[in-house]
Design a protein around this ligand. Structure first.
Ligand code: ADP
Length: 383
């Protein structure tokens, strides 16, 4: 009975039968392998040394290669490295008459998948080929799924930004026109209703914008424009933007800056967003008359920005989850605070994209301190 693949099984994860290349200087070995493999329905190709083998790889794009370790000219180890550079998904199986543990380990380090010690039987060859092609199929499948996932995400981002965000923004504008009385007089009750609807739209737009920010950060797009950034203006401008929120919440914000704050490597606008998320949380989850203190310090290679608040604090149980997407603490203190549960995950991803980290300590009823660590650059700020 035939135990090998048939041609219709598309063993290499692509269309059609798998091509197997045998690179060996021994004619007897090439012929024997090809005979078994052709009988089992594979397409076979041969090469007598490393150089002609590499040319064949480019020409016939094999799914699996049998590589002899000892050949004149380029040796098998070098050949394995060159194969990996051409296509890491090609499965290389080493065949050698001088099998030692050391050579096996060396070959594995160079991406060899398996080992066949000469002499071997046709059945031993079949088992190794079958296993190798299965692994190739899995690798090709997972690469395809990864590509599909990326495409779906891209399509979803387009859908969210154009088909959801834009119409919502237009509805909000229409509401503005109605409330402004441009279409005729609006009664108090109607005005209240439209204002409520407008507020719901704001919340929805906030979720959409936060989600789009997350996708942008995850795609690695933000690291493209990194340059030395002075953190002092980043922080003072962020605080300036948050002043109205602090005033509305009756919370005082204080900024403790030293004269000579080292620069960090990054994107100024994106960093502002991370700090705005952290500082606005300090304000929103505070109590009336509370304080948020932002101070900058240094620790060995890092610049440390500490954001401390005198707010409601976070329990130990909840502290584990606050950087998870869409997580929000549900309590009577947080009920009145609207949010998306994306502010902290966004801040964390931004800081990590800057090779930094965030730590938090908190005590219920006393407040929280978020510490942002960012690697200093060598350039000093001239102020
Ligand atoms: P959002 O504030 O939009 O809900 P975040 O991701 O910024 O989302 O925060 C997640 C949750 O962590 C918040 O819902 C809140 O319960 C809690 N939290 C964040 N920052 C603070 C803080 N400074 N003090 C108390 N709770 C906080």
């Amino acid at each position: 009975m035939r135990e090998a693949f048939t041609t219709s099984q598309k063993q290499d994860g692509t269309q059609g039968q798998a091509t197997i290349l045998v690179i060996d200087d021994e004619k007897g070995m090439r012929d024997a392998c090809c005979q078994t493999l052709t009988k089992d329905g594979y397409r076979t190709e041969t090469a007598v040394d490393g150089d002609s083998g590499l040319q064949k790889i480019r020409d016939v794009k094999p799914a699996l290669i049998l590589v002899d370790l000892k050949m004149p000219g380029m040796n098998g180890m070098e050949l394995l490295e060159r194969i990996r550079d051409i296509d890491p998904n090609i499965v290389s199986v080493v065949i050698t008459g001088y099998a030692t543990i050391e050579s096996a380990v060396e070959a594995m380090k160079r991406n060899a998948y398996d080992f066949l010690a000469k002499p071997f039987t046709p059945d031993q060859l079949r088992i190794v080929i079958k296993r190798g092609l299965e692994r190739r199929r899995l690798a090709v499948d997972s690469a395809r799924l990864r590509r599909e996932k990326e495409m779906m995400k891209e399509n979803f981002v387009t859908l969210v930004s154009h088909q959801l965000r834009s119409p919502l923004a237009s509805v909000k504008q229409y509401f503005g026109v109605i409330i402004g009385g441009f279409t005729g007089e609006v009664g108090t009750e109607q005005k209240e209703m439209i204002e409520k609807a407008s507020k719901y739209i704001d919340d929805l737009l906030q979720i959409i914008n936060d989600w789009l920010d997350m996708s942008r950060i995850e795609s690695g797009e933000i690291t493209e424009g990194f340059e030395p950034v002075a953190l002092a203006p980043v922080l003072s401008e962020t605080l300036e933007l948050l002043k109205p929120l602090a005033e509305a919440k009756k919370v005082t914000i204080k900024l403790n800056l030293r004269d000579d704050v080292p620069m960090v490597q990054g994107d100024q606008e994106v960093l502002k967003q991370a700090f705005a998320n952290l500082i606005s949380n300090g304000i929103r989850y505070n109590r009336e008359g509370g304080v948020v203190i932002v101070s900058v310090g240094e620790e060995v290679n890092d610049l440390v920005v500490e954001i401390s608040d005198t707010g409601i604090g976070i329990s130990k149980d909840n502290l584990h989850f606050i950087f998870d997407e869409f997580f929000r603490v549900k309590s009577k203190e947080t009920r009145g605070v609207s949010g998306t549960g994306l502010g902290l995950p966004i801040a964390k991803r931004i800081i990590e994209a800057h090779n930094g980290s965030i730590k938090v300590v908190s005590e219920v009823g006393k407040g929280s301190t978020f510490c942002v660590y960012l690697p200093k650059t060598k350039v000093k700020q001239c102020e």
